[in-house]
Design a protein around this ligand. Sequence first.
Ligand code: FES
Length: 168
Amino acid sequence: MSHSKDIRSMLSEHEKDMINEELSHYPTKRAGAVEALMIVQRQRGWISDDLLLAVADHVDMAPAELDRSATFYNLIFRQPVGRHLVLVCNSVTCWLMGADRLRERLRSRFGIDAGETSADSRITVLPNVCLGACDRAPAVLIDETLHGPLTADELDRLLDSSLSETLP
Ligand code: FES
């Protein structure tokens, strides 16, 4: 089996179908390349080097160029992330309204700073520029749902309910 065939077989038929459907909405394949990565990430959780190569091959892009696009969009994960994602806004309005207290609570509860994953892989905390919800500062995105304004105690309660869904 040739190397390029190996790489192509990294993507399932289902993933390729979904990517092709998405790409049909774009003028060029490369214009839809980040969406293609998002599709694979939703299936796999994160984008390994092999998956990056496979998607680059599928959308006719140089892997290094696709990697740069992936890095630019900080919601493409090039390393494993926890089962739950917590994005804490680090822009000025949220900072003024006490986002530090939320980060401090996450640090004391899970022992992790922004950009880190808890030892049990249940949660990853990521810094994020303005979430577009400054009127709800300090705002946090938990698994794609926006919350705010939040106190540290309210954040704890939200996480209690999110994390309890994944307890054995
Ligand atoms: S500054 Fe935090 S949502 Fe805009």
